[in-house]
Design a protein around this ligand. Structure first.
Ligand SMILES: NC(=O)c1ccc[n+]([C@@H]2O[C@H](COP(=O)([O-])OP(=O)(O)OC[C@H]3O[C@@H](n4cnc5c(N)ncnc54)[C@H](O)[C@@H]3O)[C@@H](O)[C@H]2O)c1
Length: 256
């Protein structure tokens, strides 16, 4: 019962073509899971190659998870395997640190769709399958910006706070039916997440001035593998009594 062995589990990991999602995929696969590696980027295939090269099992799906139909199709594909189903809502995009007075509407919409609406689509599709199979585990990847107001701009902070609401509501609503839903909240992690953010366009007068100096003095950056350990634990039966937990994985940043 209380085991980190993932044999017999099919786990959907979104944003698994890079960073935390890739490291989580590799760890889950090394523990026996079949991982459905979902990413908007072709790098999903590279993750699958890494997994199969190490003797594990994975399937690549290149899709935009903020597309309602694509999200439903992703869960349907994973469910076809007939295993116990797990879901790691990891895909996420960053903003340009703008405060509310300078939020770009298109960017707000995109960030909310990818970081919050897509996890809802995927959870909505996964729950009936999990109920049919006696339960399941969902792990949402939040952020220090899920817990604090000074870690990113208004859009990213709002999306990641919303993700905690979705986590707690799902945990409370379906806990009695053996569905667990938890959140891991990274601080700074050495990944590609800032690569899509045009820092040169960032105007300190529009919001949070570069947060890097604060970060650098207060915390160390983590390796994606350190996040993977916590996410894989929450996705496993070893966390059988953990439901509705919001866990900072940030070397103490949010403790300050
Ligand atoms: N790196 C950090 O410092 C940090 C800190 C706090 C929280 N996080 C969170 O961790 C999670 C993983 O991020 P990461 O740091 O590994 O970044 P990353 O950029 O390395 O990986 C994110 C992946 O998500 C994919 N993705 C983006 N939009 C998508 C979409 N619409 N559909 C499918 N895939 C999509 C990207 O292609 C990318 O491969 C995110 O939710 C992020 O908000 C990261």
């Amino acid at each position: 019962m209380t085991t980190t062995d993932m044999t017999g589990h099919t786990i959907v990991v979104t944003g698994a073509g890079s960073g935390i999602g890739r490291a989580t995929t590799q760890l889950l696969a090394s523990r026996g899971a079949h991982v459905v590696v979902a990413d908007i980027a072709e790098s999903a295939h590279e993750t699958v190659e890494l997994v199969t090269g190490a003797g594990g099992e994975a399937t690549a799906v290149v899709a935009d998870i903020s597309d309602e139909q694509a999200a439903a199709d992703l869960i349907a594909l994973a469910a076809e395997r007939g295993d116990r189903l797990g879901l790691v809502n990891n895909a996420g995009i960053m903003d340009a640190f703008a405060g509310a007075a300078h939020v770009d509407t298109a960017q707000w919409d995109r960030i909310l769709r990818v970081n919050l609406t897509a996890p809802m689509y995927l959870i909505r599709a996964a729950i009936p399958v999990m109920l049919e199979r006696g339960g399941g585990a969902i792990v949402n990847v939040g952020s220090s910006a899920s817990l604090r107001g000074g870690a990113a701009g208004a859009a990213y902070t709002s999306s990641k706070h919303g993700l905690i609401g979705l986590t707690l509501n799902t945990a409370y609503t379906y806990g009695k039916q053996s569905i667990r839903c938890n959140a891991a909240c990274p601080g700074g992690v050495e990944t590609n997440i800032m690569s899509g953010t045009d820092m040169s366009a960032m105007n300190p007068e529009h919001g949070l001035a570069a947060i890097t100096p604060v970060h650098q003095s207060a915390i160390r950056n983590a390796k994606p593998e350190e996040l993977a350990q916590v996410i894989a634990f929450l996705a496993s039966d070893a966390a059988s009594d953990v439901n509705g937990a919001v866990i900072p994985v940030d070397a103490g940043w949010s403790a300050g």
